[in-house]
Every structure is written in structure tokens, then in C-alpha cells.
Design a protein around this ligand. Structure first.
Ligand SMILES: Cc1ncc(COP(=O)(O)O)c(C=O)c1O
Length: 396
């Protein structure tokens, strides 16, 4: 594994140096190649036509599937490119036929956009939601999960890297339990893909969703879904169109055999091409190298923040990732975010409604979320902490 050439990574990131971007888990700064690919596509579309440009780029568009598959160790026919992680996840989740009494096992730090669908589906079908408790590290307890299994469990659905904290849930250990029990396993990998190596075979998930704009540094409005080849035919997509299925006779249709049955026909081709470039760019650096760098920078940020009086780190898990969360005594997270923004420092603040179960269990209502990526540097960590010290001093 070669270490990341930070100077090159920064040169290839037009925004680095202009802003201090610790909002990579919100939407990362894209590299030049991703932006250029989209602009070139749009310019071609403008003079040549949308359908004609799509035909011209057909091979490149097809390669996006190969790249996405390579990124997660899947095969291209197991990939659907979808406009965001939420819809990718929805297409998998809502396509599962739940019956009254079926159980959905999920995690404490589950994301609102997943939990709301559980509630809706539970209301509609009589399925039941059961939340797996955390272990002593604050991550999904694999032992508790194993104990909760019975023949009524229809789905295990877990967020790999939750919104609010450094936590990396033990996806592969959960996968081993799911495989042993023969239960469907849906992994929300929205915040892990692009920051760490992801291998769907090693994880043992049946379905995995992710987004383009976060750690992959791709365009907004892009994402993809992986569905294991032998699971694809068992899931009838909740919605169909003439891309997902064929109208074969007046009264019949045939659904595609590959994972593209979860897509729909119209799409943003420029963004799709940009997503492919972003994935190739990440693969070029190497996910092991990216993960090593992200972990190192985040650890540095955590240890530096821990030295600042009034700061409490709120990250959980035995393995922590590039998302660093904290609270500051006497300072609202939203005010801190705004004060950072005035200094061209980008963070977000995360609040109870995003991950209600976890936040309530911890007695938290909000936290500041600073998310680092490999192109950030040690100097930025220092600048960030110095800025926080100033903000704390100047607003007391
Ligand atoms: C854990 C998790 N899942 C899903 C999503 C939704 O991703 P998208 O906005 O691409 O639909 C997010 C976004 O913040 C997230 O944090």
C-alpha cells in the first residue's frame, strides 16, 4: 500500500485551501476530474443532444457499473445506479414483502430515513421493528443480535457508519449471523463507502446502498445499490417502468433479471459519468490507503479536541472513522457551526431527529460533526482546533 500523496490530492481538489472543509460526510469537495467530466458531458449534451450524447457515451456509462462493482467487490449485474442512497435503500427495503408479525431487526443509531420507512411498513403490513441493543463499545451487539433471532425475523437492516458519531458498526460480524440464520441483510453503507474498503462478499450482506457525494467525492444526486445476484429475482421492485421491466404483451410484463430492475429510465447522465470518475479516482488512491489516512487524521483531531476545556467527544465504537463528533459546554452546536462558517470552516450539526433512538438513549440533543477526508491535512486539524478555542473564548 502506498501512502497518499497529500500535496497531489490537494492540488487536484480545487476547494482545498479556499475553505477548510470538514464536512466530507455531508458532501465532500470533489476532485477536478469529477467536475471536468460532468462539465464536458453537459457541454456535449448542449450541442449534440441528450439521447445522442448518451449513445456516444454508452461505453463509459456502462463502465460506471464495472467501477461500482469493483469498489464493493460485486459483479456489475448486481449494481443499480440510483439518484441517491435513500432511494437506493428504499428500492431494496420497500421491495421486500412483509407479512404481519415479520420482524425487522435494526440498530440503535439507525438513520431517520430508514427508521421512518420501518414505521410506515410496520403500520401497513403488521411487521414489527426490534432494535438490537449496543454492546459496551456503543456499537451493535452481535451477541444480542444472535439472541434475538427467530423464524419470524425477515430482515436485518443496519447502518454501517451512522450519521452521528465515529462509530463503524461491525458489518461483517452481523453478516456472519445473517448468513448463518439465512435472513436478508440490508446494509446502509452511505457513509462508509469511499472512506474504507468495502467488500460485500466479506460482509455477507444481501443488499447495500450508498451515495456519491459523501466519501466518494462524487456528484450530488448520485448513489448506487448492490443486490446479491441470487437475491435479485426474489425482490419484485416496488415500482416498475419500461427500463426495469418490458411490456411483453397487452396484459403482461417481464422484469429485468439484473439489479437494474431497481433503476428507472430517466437519469442525470452527466452525474452518472461523474460518479464513475469519482469511483475510479478513489480506486486509484486505494481504499486501504484512504482508510489509513482518514483514520489517522480523525484520531489526531479527536486527541487535539480532547485537550480543549469544555469539549466532550461523543463518538462511539471500537473502530472509529473519519466522522468526529463533539459537544461544547455552554455552546449550542448550531451556533458553533455558524461561527466556524464565518471563518470558512465547514462542519454540520446533527440533532435528535436524525438518529432519535441513539440520541435519546445518550441524553443528547445535538452535536457538532466534523468529518475529515484524506485530502485534509494536519495543518487544517490545527487550524480547526485553534478556531474552536477562539470561538469558545470570544463567546464567553
Ligand atoms: C446513514 C445515512 N444513510 C443514508 C443517508 C442518505 O443519503 P442520500 O442523501 O444520498 O440519500 C445519509 C445522509 O446523510 C446517512 O447519513
Amino acid at each position: 500500500m502506498t501512502a497518499i500523496d497529500i500535496a497531489r490530492a490537494r492540488r487536484e481538489t480545487p476547494g482545498s485551501g479556499l475553505v477548510l472543509h470538514f464536512n466530507n460526510a455531508g458532501s465532500s469537495l470533489p476532485p477536478t476530474s469529477v467536475v471536468d467530466a460532468q462539465i464536458a458531458y453537459l457541454q456535449r449534451e448542449a450541442v449534440f443532444g441528450g439521447y445522442e450524447t448518451a449513445a456516444e457515451y454508452a461505453d463509459q456509462v456502462e463502465r460506471v457499473y464495472t467501477s461500482a462493482a469493483a469498489l464493493v467487490n460485486a459483479d456489475p449485474d448486481e449494481i443499480a445506479i440510483i439518484e441517491n442512497a435513500t432511494r437506493a435503500w428504499d428500492m431494496a427495503f420497500y421491495s421486500i414483502a412483509f407479512k404481519p408479525g415479520d420482524r425487522i431487526l435494526t440498530a440503535m443509531a439507525e438513520y431517520a430515513s430508514n427508521y421512518i420507512p420501518y414505521l410506515q411498513v410496520a403500520k401497513r403490513t403488521g411487521a414489527v421493528i426490534d432494535v438490537v441493543p449496543n454492546d459496551e463499545h456503543g456499537q451493535v451487539s452481535v451477541a444480542a443480535l444472535r439472541d434475538m433471532l427467530d423464524e419470524r425475523v425477515k430482515l436485518i437492516a443496519i447502518t454501517h457508519v451512522p450519521t452521528n458519531g465515529g462509530l463503524v458498526n461491525p458489518a461483517a460480524e452481523i453478516g456472519a449471523v445473517a448468513r448463518e440464520a439465512g435472513v436478508l441483510y440490508l446494509l446502509d453503507a452511505c457513509q462508509s463507502v469511499g472512506q474504507m474498503p468495502i467488500d460485500v462478499r466479506a460482509i455477507g450482506c444481501d443488499m447495500l446502498s450508498t451515495t456519491g457525494r459523501k466519501y466518494l467525492r462524487g456528484p450530488r444526486g448520485t448513489g448506487f445499490l448492490y443486490v446479491r445476484r441470487d437475491v435479485v429475482p426474489t425482490l419484485e421492485p416496488i415500482m416498475l417502468d419500461l427500463h426495469a421491466a418490458q411490456w411483453t404483451a397487452r396484459d403482461s410484463y417481464t422484469i429485468r433479471e439484473d439489479a437494474r430492475r431497481f433503476e428507472n429510465w430517466e437519469t442525470n447522465y452527466a452525474a452518472k459519468v461523474g460518479l464513475g470518475v469519482a469511483i475510479d479516482y478513489a480506486l486509484n488512491w486505494g481504499l486501504d490507503a484512504i482508510w489509513e489516512r482518514v483514520s489517522l487524521l480523525a484520531a489526531r483531531l479527536r486527541s487535539r479536541l480532547a485537550e480543549i476545556p469544555g469539549v466532550t467527544l461523543t463518538d462511539l465504537g471500537s473502530t472509529k472513522c473519519g466522522i468526529v463528533t463533539f459537544t461544547v459546554a455552554g455552546h449550542a452546536a448550531g451556533d458553533l457551526r455558524d461561527a466556524f462558517a464565518e471563518r470558512r470552516i465547514h462542519v454540520t450539526h446533527t440533532r435528535t431527529p436524525s438518529t432519535r433512538l441513539d440520541m435519546e438513549a445518550r441524553g443528547l440533543t445535538e452535536m457538532v460533526r466534523a468529518s475529515v477526508h484524506y485530502y485534509n491535512d494536519e495543518e487544517e486539524v490545527e487550524q480547526f482546533c485553534t478556531a474552536l478555542e477562539h470561538i469558545i473564548r470570544s463567546t464567553h
